[in-house]
Design a protein around this ligand. Structure first.
Ligand SMILES: *Cc1c(COP(=O)(O)O)cnc(C)c1O
Length: 433
């Protein structure tokens, strides 16, 4: 089946499969959850993707989060070009690192010091190591459906790609690697209390996406994050917010600013790199100073603080700091929300919808009930999502190729994109699965 795929994309995918497992370099890109074959992108500009077959799509994936200003933002492109002329990478300190680190520390009160790496995976993995090193405890709590990248200890009951492929746990991860990872259902306070009762004294950290967005999109109920903050404090464990997706996407201060909580450590990625490969993690000085070379917790990276990535990230954050962008994203988010709700009403469907700022998800859950955790998300009708996805794609609108992902808006999405989206939604939601 080459549903919807053009000839050039199909040819490239055939070649890709010869030289790369599944033809892709990150599993969700393979369209397994929705069927058919991925299109190959030729270029991206603003809110649009163009594929090698000459078709254009309104992009609601945004490189899975980084493209908050849209693709190929002229100021970012110019900054990267200039940086490249000064050398691709040095492996020594340079000013860009100081500038971007200072911006992050200024925007996020809980972060006094920050260390750069090259991916969100590294950022969360390093947070866990640091938490264990700083507390001299072993156990960590993670929540089912939260995705924290693909490091061994965190690749259990993971959302996003593993969940999309129906294998939230990975082969090749040994029981030893995850024996200190405790998995709990999201939103279940009793489970947390019981777990702390048993393991509290050896608990290094509770790690979570404060707004889980790799299992569709789950909005935390009032008081739940505060509850986790209090419980960790009581038992002497650290609270780690994985804001790889939400950091600088839901405002300069991330989820922590929205809910008024100071986690002990925070992981970043995606938006802070302006589309370049970047991760970062930070927190209070006395915790961060456990890192080498000051402290005994080792962490390193040949390309960490990469000059091109720093240049792109600095400009992206500068544009965000100028103001107006988050207001625009909220307004566009409300527009899309209304488009979806209107179409649902017209077609007599009551699928639950979740949105926060520029992130949203439509769950194909027949009962219409809110999705609160992994089990709820898994109860969704994935075939209906696949039909919806392909119908949108045909109309030139690209949603994530999986029910278990959030959609992303950019500041470049405008009137024309809303019109195309409205037409596509009408067609996709009125076509019953
Ligand atoms: C994307 C993501 C990661 C992993 O980041 P990579 O850059 O893909 O390694 C970790 N945590 C969350 C919440 C993410 O959304």
């Amino acid at each position: 089946m080459i549903q919807g795929t053009g000839i050039r994309s199909h040819e490239l995918f055939e070649r890709a499969k010869q030289v790369t497992p599944g033809g892709v370099h990150s599993p969700v890109r393979a369209f397994r959850a929705v069927g058919g074959e991925p299109f190959f992108v030729e270029s991206a500009r603003g809110p649009r993707l163009r594929d090698v077959d000459g078709r254009e799509y309104v992009d609601y994936v945004g490189s899975w989060g980084p493209a908050i200003l849209g693709h190929a933002h002229p100021e970012i492109v110019e900054a990267v070009r200039k940086a490249a002329e000064r050398g691709m990478s040095y492996g020594t300190p340079h000013e860009g690192e100081v500038v971007l680190a200072s911006k992050i520390c200024r925007a996020i009160p809980s972060v006094e010091k920050v260390r750069f790496c090259s991916s969100g995976t590294e950022a969360t993995m390093s947070c866990v190591r640091l938490a264990r090193g700083a507390t001299q405890r072993k156990k960590i709590i993670k929540f089912a459906g939260c995705y924290h990248g693909h490091s061994d200890a965190l690749l259990v009951a993971a959302g996003s790609g593993p969940l999309t492929l129906g294998r939230p746990d990975s082969a090749g991860v040994t029981p030893g690697a995850v024996q200190d990872t405790l998995i709990l259902p999201f939103h279940d306070r009793e489970a947390v209390r019981a777990c702390l009762e048993k393991y509290g004294e050896d608990l290094a950290a509770i790690l979570l996406e404060p707004i889980p967005a790799n299992v569709g999109l789950i909005l935390p109920e009032d008081g739940y994050l505060q509850f986790l903050r209090e419980e960790t404090k009581k038992c002497g464990a650290l609270l780690i917010f994985d804001e790889v997706m939400t950091g600088f996407r839901l405002g300069l201060g991330g989820v922590q600013e929205r809910v008024g909580i100071r986690p002990d450590l925070t992981a970043f990625g995606k938006v802070i790199g302006g589309g370049m490969p970047v991760g970062a993690f930070g927190g209070r000085k006395e915790i961060m100073d456990h890192l080498a070379p000051d402290g005994p917790v080792y962490q390193a990276g040949t390309l960490s603080g990469h000059p091109l990535a720093m240049a792109a990230g600095i400009v992206q954050l500068e544009v965000l700091e100028r103001g107006g962008v988050y207001e625009r994203l909220e307004a566009t988010g409300q527009r899309v929300e209304k488009l979806v709700r209107d179409q649902l009403e017209e077609s007599g469907q009551n699928y639950p919808w979740a949105r926060v700022g520029s992130m949203f998800c439509l769950f194909f859950r027949e009962s219409g009930e809110r999705v609160r955790n992994l089990a709820d998300a898994q109860a969704c009708d994935r075939k209906a999502y696949a039909t919806f996805f392909h119908a949108l794609l045909q109309e030139g609108v690209y949603f994530p190729p999986s029910q278990f992902e959030s959609c992303f808006l950019s500041a470049a999405h405008g009137e024309r994109e809303m019109e195309i989206t409205q037409r596509a939604l009408r067609s996709a939601l009125h076509r019953k699965a």
